[in-house]
Ligand binder design. Structure first.
Ligand code: DGP
Ligand code: NA
Ligand code: NA
Length: 215
């Protein structure tokens, strides 16, 4: 009977982009949209600053502590690993998980530091085996557009030099990546959101064909 049907799994949706690209408000809109369609949905944001590891990251980002580039890189990755099991479980139970920043931010922000022993390749290693997104939406804005959206905050990485390197590295890795959907985030909120909703609904249709959550 119908009750024997396995639950259709949820999707793993990742939203990436520069600071001020509009990730968080677009994630909120996407959550609302899916909830309105009676889809179970959860929002996860990395770094998750509430865990013990997340508190170390928060202190580092606010400049209250100093850490070696490799050490902080591994903490960001550990912060994703500590939530990996719960993300997998939610997805298996039919919940779609929307993730605000993931491994792509992880490798790009660290590699942008141009530390000679912290290459993109090195930075990828601790990400291997994490749940793989069914879709990654990259919210792309130009340097000029970013500047228009207001000044930098006080956190580490919120400066012109870092943001320029981050933008270049995001472009470099996403050129090689096939399962990434590049969204022009320079348009109006509604234009951007329409593009995101369209890409996500295509992904949902393909979900059965994709099969189980990959790593
Ligand atoms: P957010 O809370 O989204 O504003 O992120 C905080 C800052 O940390 C932001 O500048 C991006 C950066 N970031 C996010 N994830 C990672 C990561 O895994 N590694 C590094 N090095 N930086 C990250
Ligand atoms: Na930030
Ligand atoms: Na941000």
């Amino acid at each position: 009977g119908l009750s024997d049907q396995p639950t259709r799994r949820g999707a793993l949706i990742v939203v990436e982009g520069l600071d001020r690209a509009g990730k968080s408000s677009q994630c909120e809109k996407l959550c609302d949209h899916l909830s309105n369609q009676k889809q179970a949905v959860k929002y996860v944001r990395f770094p998750d600053r509430t865990t013990p590891i997340g508190k170390l990251i928060d202190s580092y980002l606010r400049g209250s502590s100093q850490l070696d580039d490799h050490s902080i890189h591994l903490l960001f990755s550990a912060n994703r690993w500590e939530l990996a099991k719960s993300i997998q479980d939610d997805i298996a139970h039919g919940i779609t998980v929307i993730v605000d920043r993931y491994s792509y931010s992880g490798v790009v922000y660290s590699a942008a530091k141009a530390n000679p022993t912290l290459s993109l390749e090195w930075a990828w290693q601790p990400e291997i085996g994490l749940p793989r997104p069914d879709i990654c939406l990259f919210l792309s804005i130009s340097a000029q557009e970013a500047a228009k959206r207001g000044g930098f905050g006080a956190e580490r990485y919120e400066n012109e030099t870092m943001q320029t390197r981050v933008r270049e590295l995001f472009r470099t890795i996403f050129e090689r990546q096939h399962d990434v959907c590049i969204v022009d985030a320079g348009g109006s909120f509604d234009q951007v959101s329409q593009e995101i909703l369209g890409a996500v609904s295509n992904c949902m249709v393909r979900l059965d064909a994709i099969g189980p959550l990959r790593t």
